[in-house]
Design a protein around this ligand. Structure first.
Ligand SMILES: Cc1cc2nc3c(=O)[nH]c(=O)nc-3n(C[C@H](O)[C@H](O)[C@H](O)COP(=O)(O)O)c2cc1C
Length: 302
């Protein structure tokens, strides 16, 4: 077995480094830079039942640290994805994890059913988008609703189901337990925090939506704390994300309890960061004399 082979229940990745939904398109966009088949997994841009144009621009702003986005789940719709995008990207050799969103619990069920097809390795259920009016974050902040979405997706698919949690809650442990109790196979966290920026010249919020999802290096301590908090209270694997910029960040998430990690906003800074992290984890394991990278998962709890 390779040093970096990653097992998340029934989902197997060639290494524990994935790229976060919304920051890597469908993977096609990055093929001109490098062979994305080297990645453990690609979490594709959030997909919905119907095509969505998303919110009005300006919908992305760089702050003194990190970015605020209010894209509003712009995407061509699940049918277009299945017919026109999936056939190409499933050949790349990286596991394709499709990120799904819905305005109702039934939407999530339909999405799960449609995506239970060859080429899709797992579903990542976004119950935490702060940038859409219907559904979105409402599902991610109420334990019962998060549980109900999980149960609906599980009922409609045999694929591994990853529940993506929102950090915008008082107690992340309750959310994690609710999705686990309702059948989630894996938990990914965190989605974005809620932030805003104001232009002092126009005296108006920069993002047309006024507020947006805040991500990048400054949210790492929050994300790391949440991974650390849920690790002892759930029995399913965790994919950690939030501000990961380099190997050290990735290792911290693993030591907090993440079996795999996801690189998000960092892809906008340097698309090679995920590959550098794969090499970096490999080197760290060799330097430390580890038999397998999993020896460090949750080690910070000992
Ligand atoms: C521009 C942008 C678009 C995003 N779109 C999605 C999305 O469609 N679905 C989703 O679950 N998360 C989405 N996210 C959240 C990221 O997947 C990730 O959870 C978050 O950015 C934290 O990681 P980071 O700090 O490394 O960026 C988006 C983030 C950004 C910056």
């Amino acid at each position: 077995m390779s040093l970096l082979q990653c097992k998340l229940g029934t989902l197997s990745l060639k290494n524990p480094v994935t790229v976060a939904s919304g920051t890597f398109g469908s993977g096609k966009e990055f093929m001109p830079f490098y062979d994305v088949g080297q990645l453990g997994g690609i979490m594709v841009k959030g997909t919905t039942l119907e095509k969505r144009l998303g919110n009005k621009p300006q919908r992305l702003v760089e702050t003194c640290g990190g970015v605020i986005n209010a894209i509003g789940l712009a995407n061509p719709g699940v049918d277009y994805f299945i017919t026109n995008i999936l056939p190409e990207i499933k050949e790349y050799g990286s596991e394709i994890i499709v990120n799904i969103s819905g305005s109702s619990i039934e939407d999530y069920g339909h999405m799960a059913e449609k995506l239970s097809i060859e080429g899709v390795s797992a579903l990542e259920v976004n119950i935490s988008c702060p940038n859409v009016k219907d559904g979105g974050i409402a599902f991610g902040t109420c334990p019962d609703m998060a549980g109900a979405v999980t149960a609906m997706v599980k009922k409609n698919t045999d694929k591994p189901v990853i529940l993506k949690l929102s950090p915008n809650v008082t107690d992340i442990k309750i959310m994690a337990q609710s999705v686990e109790d309702n059948g989630a196979d894996i938990i990914s966290l965190i989605n974005t925090l809620i932030g805003m920026a104001i232009d002092v010249k126009t005296k108006k919020p920069i993002i047309t939506n006024v507020v947006g999802g805040y991500s990048g290096p400054p949210i790492k301590p929050v994300a790391l704390r949440m991974v650390y908090e849920i690790y002892p209270v759930v029995n399913i694997p965790i994919i950690g994300m939030g501000g990961i910029m380099n190997t050290k960040d990735a290792l911290e998430f693993m030591m907090a309890g993440a079996t795999a990690i996801s690189v998000g906003a960092a892809n906008f800074v340097d698309p090679f960061i995920p590959l550098n992290i794969i090499d970096g984890i490999n080197k760290y394991c060799k330097d430390e004399g580890l038999f397998h990278y999993s020896e460090i998962i949750g080690i910070a709890h000992q």
